[in-house]
Design a protein around this ligand. Structure first.
Ligand code: ADP
Ligand code: MG
Length: 256
C-alpha cells in the first residue's frame, strides 16, 4: 500500500516555551487538494515551515511519502518533491514569462546555459502546456515586470509546477487579487489538483468555498476540526473560536 503523501504525528514546535504547534496530527492522501484555515496566530505558517524543513519539530514527526523529514535540510526536502509558493511573487521581472518558466524547470542547468541553449522539444512542449494552464499564452513573451499582480501569482504557481513537485504548498494565493483574478486562481488550483497534491492556506472564505473539498481548521497550534466546508462552517467550535459569529452565506444562497 502506498503511504499517505503527508503524515504528521503529534507535532509540537516550541519558540522559547510557547507552542506555536501543539500536539498536532494531520494526514493527507496523494492527489488531495486540502485547504487549511484558522485565525491569525493559529500556526498555519509554522505548519508549512515545518513541512519544508525551515523549522524543525520540538517533538513529533513529519513523514513525506513515508519518509521522516527530520534529518534533512530545506534543499533536500525540496528535492524530495515538496514545493512552496510564498505570498509575494519571486519572479525575474526582466525575463519573459516563458524564460521564467524554463529557468524554474531547469534549475540544475544554470541560468546562462538555460537561456542560451534551446530546450529539447519535450521540455519546450511541457513549458508551452504550462503557459496555457496558467492562462498566460497571450503574454508568454512579455517581460514578467509587465504582468499584473494576479498574473505574477499565476506565473509563480507555474514556476512551482515546472519544478515537478509531488506536493505543492500555497500560502494565501489570493491576497490582494481582484475578484476576477481570485476566481481564475481558484480554477487554476482546481485544474492543477487533477495531477498534484496541494495544500492551500487561505483566509478568503468565498475562495475557500470555490475550491475546497476537505477543510482543516487550525486553532492554537492544533487541528480543531476537519471536514467539508459545510461541516466546518456549521461546527459550533469553529463558530466560537474562529468566526465569533456564524459564517455568512454567499448572497445568492441567502434564505429570504
Ligand atoms: P498563522 O500563520 O496561523 O497566523 P504563525 O504560524 O505565523 O500563525 O504563528 C503561530 C504563533 O507562533 C504566533 O503566536 C506567532 O507569534 C508565534 N511564532 C511564529 N514564529 C515564531 C518565532 N520564530 N518565534 C517566536 N514566536 C513565533
Ligand atoms: Mg501566517
Amino acid at each position: 500500500m502506498t503511504p499517505p503523501i503527508l503524515e504528521i504525528e503529534d507535532l509540537t514546535v516550541s519558540f522559547d516555551g510557547f507552542n506555536a504547534l501543539n500536539h498536532l496530527s494531520f494526514q493527507m492522501e496523494t492527489g488531495e487538494l486540502r485547504v487549511i484555515i484558522g485565525p491569525n496566530g493559529a500556526g498555519k505558517t509554522t505548519f508549512l515551515d515545518v513541512i519544508t524543513g525551515k523549522v524543525k519539530p520540538t517533538q513529533g514527526r513529519v513523514l513525506f511519502k513515508g519518509r521522516n523529514l527530520r534529518r534533512y535540510s530545506e534543499d533536500q526536502i525540496a528535492r524530495f518533491g515538496i514545493g512552496r509558493k510564498f505570498q509575494t511573487p519571486r519572479v525575474y521581472l526582466n525575463l519573459t514569462v516563458r524564460e521564467n518558466l524554463e529557468l524554474a524547470g531547469a534549475r540544475q542547468k544554470g541560468v546562462l546555459s538555460t537561456l542560451l541553449h534551446p530546450l529539447p522539444k519535450p521540455d519546450r512542449e511541457r513549458i508551452q502546456a504550462l503557459i496555457e494552464t496558467i492562462g498566460l499564452r497571450p503574454k508568454a513573451n512579455f517581460p514578467a515586470g509587465l504582468l499584473s499582480h494576479g498574473e505574477k501569482q499565476w506565473l509563480e504557481i507555474g514556476m512551482l509546477v515546472a519544478q515537478s513537485p509531488d506536493l505543492l504548498l500555497v500560502d494565501e494565493p489570493v491576497a490582494g487579487l481582484t475578484d476576477e483574478e481570485t476566481r481564475l486562481t481558484g480554477e487554476l488550483l482546481v485544474a492543477l489538483a487533477e495531477s498534484h497534491s496541494i495544500i492551500v492556506i487561505e483566509h478568503d472564505m468565498e475562495f475557500v468555498r470555490q475550491i475546497a473539498r476537505t477543510v482543516t481548521v487550525l486553532h492554537e497550534g492544533s487541528v480543531l476540526c476537519e471536514g467539508s466546508i459545510e461541516d466546518v462552517q456549521n461546527d459550533p467550535r469553529v463558530i466560537e473560536v474562529y468566526l465569533g459569529a456564524p459564517l455568512e452565506e454567499p448572497t445568492s444562497q441567502k434564505q429570504p
